[in-house]
Every structure is written in C-alpha cells, then in structure tokens.
Ligand binder design. Structure first.
Ligand SMILES: Cc1cc2nc3c(=O)[nH]c(=O)nc-3n(C[C@H](O)[C@H](O)[C@H](O)COP(=O)(O)O)c2cc1C
Length: 321
C-alpha cells in the first residue's frame, strides 16, 4: 500500500528508527527525524513519568523549529512506544501525556491495542503494533491499528523466530494495510529488500544503537562494531522472554553461553525494575550487527542509507554490487 496522507512525503528513506529500552532518547529521535527517518523511543526510557512530558516538549520544539527553517526538507514523524503488558503500571499516565502532545505515531508492544487506538485516533494520530506471529497481527488488525510491525527472526530485543520471507508473505495474505518489517535490517539494500518483499517501511534498531546520538554506553557501541552475527545469543535466561544478546556482554555478566537456557527461563516477563537492571548490564543486538563497522552521527548514517537504498532501487536484477 502507499503511506497514509499524514506520512506521505515525510521520509528521505522509508524507515523507522525503532524504539529501544535504555538506548533511544530525545537526541536520537530529533536527529533521526531531521534526517528523514522516523525517530521513536519507549515511554519507559523517560523516568519518572514526568520526564516524558519534558522529552516530548523538547522534541516538539526542536522539530517545529527545524520545519520552519527547512520547509523543503522532509522531516519525518516521531513516535512513542507503549508497553501494554500488565507489568507496566505507568501505561495510563503515559497515554495521557502522549494524547496531550498529540504524538503522531504510537507503537504498541505486548498486549491488546484497542484502548490506545481509541485514544490516539481521537486526535488523528497513528497506531502501529509490533508482533512476531501472524496470529497477533490478525488481532491487531481487528483492533483497528493503522500499521503492523512484523518482527522477524534475528531482530534485536525480543525477537521472533519466524523467517522474514515467511512472516511478511503470511501477513500479506490477510492484511493490505501498512506493514513494517523488522529484523537484522542495517543497510539501504535491506530496506529496499523489505519493500520488494511487501513491506512499506523498514524498522531498524541495532544499527541506530551504534550512532553518536544514542544513549548506549561507549563500550556497548564498541562491542557492536567488534561483534559478528555469530556472537548473538537467543535466550530467555535474562529477561524471562526470548531476546537476542551479545555473547561478550553475557560473559562479562558471569553467564556461560553453553549453560544459559538451563539456568533460568521462566517464560514470564520480569518487573520493569528488574528488566532495567538486566538490560543495563547485558546488551542486546540483532543479527544485523554483522555489517556494523562504525559509530557515525545519525545524519551521516542516513546519508549512507539513502545512497545504498537509491543504488538498490536502480540495480538490475542479479545484485547491487
Ligand atoms: C537494546 C534494544 C532495546 C529494545 N527495546 C525495545 C523496547 O523497549 N520496546 C520495543 O517495542 N522494542 C524494543 N526493541 C526492539 C526494537 O524496537 C526493534 O524491533 C528491533 O531492534 C529491530 O531489529 P534490529 O535490531 O535487528 O534492527 C529493542 C531492541 C534493542 C536492540
């Protein structure tokens, strides 16, 4: 499908910088939107909740000023991620703040998005829900979301296990609305490939951790540059839900890769405080880490993504060189 009117013409590259716990903050969101890629962050990164109000005010002001100064440049929309799981006791308060600031894009995870859809549609915003199975995509579609984010195998964070070819094509059998693909997308050729597969936008997480503007520790960024896809470990031992983590960070925290799954893995989410503690010391990344070799400013990264994407769009069948 084509993008809805509120998104059309606002992207330089058809991509969203995905929300990442403890990684995405206002600086990353502002730089990303100004470069022409949608910038997003989890509401829970702003702590306490009052800080969410400050962050959104800062983002609103910076983007309004940018648009006024550069009316000819695409300034992509920003978004907030809300976790709908019952362990998130801030949901009602965060949703109220989101509505007050009329955040253009709200991304829901881990729960039924019905209430969020009603609130966000009230001011004309869009709701995208992330899912790892077609079953959940059907439920999100029935709840009236504007977009579905298919998180495939190899993604950073709480990744799924389904191959992206299979997941996107399966969802396209019943959903002709806006579709976003996530999982190991770190360059412009992969963004184009997502489109060819049937997605409207690509969702990039890991690639944006290794930027100057992300909140990640310098050692985390350096580890991304040093690691290969083979260093990514899929386990439920850290957060109670399967997620991808970097093996060297697991080892620093005292875990042995071979014994991980035997160690814990209760299949339940931990409290947000426990999550924060775990994710601060143990670093997540997807298979897209394989092609990350630097830590550029967001503007340079998006320039590169745009050039790679344009080359992939021009490339004849048979390869992009
Ligand atoms: C460090 C890290 C933290 C994440 N935190 C969140 C989060 O708070 N909420 C969410 O919906 N997704 C979260 N994700 C998942 C991303 O939004 C996105 O789905 C994923 O990074 C895309 O795959 P990629 O990393 O391979 O590009 C996180 C991912 C990473 C790597």
């Amino acid at each position: 499908m084509s993008l809805p009117p509120s998104l059309a013409g606002r992207f330089r590259v058809p991509a969203i910088a995905a929300p990442m716990f403890l990684v995405s903050g206002p600086e990353l969101v502002i730089a990303t939107c100004q470069a022409g890629v949608a910038g997003t962050f989890p509401a829970l990164n702003a702590r306490p909740a009052a800080q969410l109000e400050d962050w959104l005010a800062e983002i609103d002001a910076a983007l309004a000023e940018f648009r006024a100064r550069h009316p000819d440049l695409p300034c992509a929309p920003h978004g907030v991620n809300l976790i709908l799981h019952p362990t998130n006791h801030r949901l009602a308060e965060d949703l109220e703040i989101v509505v007050r600031h009329q955040v253009p894009l709200v991304i829901t995870s881990l729960g039924h998005p019905g209430e969020v859809v009603r609130a966000v549609h009230g001011y004309g915003g869009l709701v995208f829900s992330d899912i790892i199975h077609a079953y959940h995509a059907r439920k999100a579609a029935a709840a009236g979301v504007d977009g579905i984010i298919a998180v495939a195998a190899g993604a950073g964070g709480h990744a799924g296990t389904q191959n992206p070819f299979s997941l996107i094509r399966e969802i396209r059998e019943f959903w002709d609305g806006l579709l976003v693909l996530a999982g190991a997308i770190s360059d412009g050729a992969s963004i184009r490939a997502a489109e060819v597969l049937g997605a409207d936008l690509a969702y990039l997480g890991t690639r944006f951790i290794a930027t100057q503007e992300s909140l990640a520790a310098p050692e985390y960024k350096a580890m991304l540059v040093a690691c290969q896809a083979g260093d990514v470990v899929y386990t439920d031992a850290i957060s109670g839900t399967n997620a991808n983590f970097l093996a060297p960070s697991l080892e620093h925290a005292g875990y042995r890769r071979e014994t991980l799954t035997a160690r814990e893995g209760k299949g339940e989410l931990k409290s947000i405080a426990d999550e924060a503690k775990a994710w601060r010391d143990i670093w997540s990344a997807g298979h897209g880490v394989a092609t990350i070799h630097d830590i550029p400013p967001v503007a340079d990264l998006v320039d590169r993504l745009a050039a790679e994407y344009a080359a992939a769009c021009r490339a004849p069948a048979g390869g992009t060189g």
